[in-house]
Design a protein around this ligand. Structure first.
Ligand code: NAI
Length: 325
């Protein structure tokens, strides 16, 4: 058994937090041989609720859980953490403009970036779930001088997983038969769920599916607008599936993907006709605690257009928060 590792979760008393922390505590994220100390972080108004969450964690008697810290103080919360899962964010209120949401959340992620820099391990791996996740991650990365930019990532794993099931249902295969699928760009309806490289048991997925109209008219919108569809049906936003995506994002980053592709929002470069310095979702593989972009893929005109469209949205978002970078 390894020494315990400190895992911070912000928004820990929220819906995703509640679906996430018990699974992290039980060893499902880092493995049964890797105990954790959970750092639960909330805003001061909600901090007291964390006591109840801690009581429930105690009542699970997880062998992998070696301690629980509940706090609204960011430097205590991120103190010596090796993983930080930034779930808490300000939700979009009625009549609120996207630019206001970006700015309000920008302030949160400026402060969290600084606190991570001051208190977390310099090797801390950071995942931003709170929306707008890509741009929040960009702001946190810029404000965290002691932690490498590459360690700041945004979650598109939920979008990735949503797509895998749509593909598996259409192709009547198992989700694990699919490889080389990826989501490009922003965690927003502009994302590009890209089937052009995907394989099903080694055969090109497009050949197996053999239905271009389904791909463009059903698959893309189903994946891109899935969040809204869940809200309509459940009268609440995706929580358990978002928590699962967050857990799998960190699990794969820490423990590896065994050569398979997954999707992560990571710092962009100028390959594939993109621009440097945004947090953009790419196909990646992970090994030895490091993510690596899949390089050298052919990009056809359709993919190029889709990748530029979501890039443009991220450029606009960055421009709205320029003073925080
Ligand atoms: P929620 O409203 O149930 O919980 C959010 C919690 O965060 C609340 O308890 C709140 O007090 C806390 N919080 C707010 N600001 C904070 C701060 N500065 N520091 C610490 N805690 C803070 O919301 P839910 O459903 O858990 O969603 C959380 C976020 O995740 C939202 O921004 C949502 O849009 C986003 N999300 C992202 C997805 C993705 O795929 N990237 C998927 C689903 C949700």
């Amino acid at each position: 058994t390894k020494p315990p590792v400190r895992v911070a979760v912000t928004g820990a008393a929220g819906a995703i937090g509640y679906a996430l922390i018990f699974r992290v505590a039980s060893g499902q994220m880092l493995g049964a041989d890797h105990p954790v100390i959970l750092h639960l972080i909330e805003v001061p108004q909600v901090e007291a609720n964390l006591k109840g969450v801690k009581m429930e964690l105690d009542d699970c008697a997880f062998p992998t859980l070696k301690g629980v810290v509940c706090t609204s103080d960011l430097e205590v919360g991120f103190g010596d953490c090796e993983y930080a899962m930034l779930v808490g964010a300000k939700p979009r209120g009625p009549g609120m403009e996207r630019s206001d949401l970006l700015k309000d959340n920008g302030k949160i992620f400026t402060g969290q970036g600084k606190a991570l820099s001051a208190a977390a391990k310099p090797s801390c791996k950071v995942l931003v779930v709170g929306n707008p996740a890509n741009t929040n991650a960009l702001i946190a990365a810029h404000n965290s001088k002691n932690i490498p930019f590459e360690n700041f990532t945004a979650m598109t794993r939920l979008d990735h997983n949503r797509a895998l099931t749509q593909i598996a249902q259409k192709a009547k295969c198992d989700v694990e038969d699919i490889d080389k699928f990826c989501v490009w760009g922003n965690h927003s309806p502009t994302m590009y769920p890209d089937l052009s490289h995907a394989t099903i048991k080694g055969t090109p997925a497009k050949q197996v599916i053999n239905d271009e109209s389904w791909i463009k008219n059903e698959f893309y919108p189903t994946v891109q607008k899935r969040g809204a569809a869940v809200i309509d049906a459940r009268k609440a936003s995706s929580a358990a599936s978002a928590a699962n995506g967050a857990l799998e994002h960190i699990r794969d980053w820490a423990l590896g993907t065994g050569g398979k592709w997954t999707s992560m929002g990571v710092v962009s470069d100028d390959t594939y006709g993109l621009q440097k310095g945004l947090i953009y979702s790419y196909p990646v593989t992970c090994a030895n605690g490091v993510w690596t972009k899949v390089t050298g893929l052919p990009v056809d005109q359709h993919s190029h257009d889709m990748m530029q469209h979501t890039l443009n949205e991220l450029v606009q978002e960055r421009d709205m928060v320029k003073d925080m970078l």
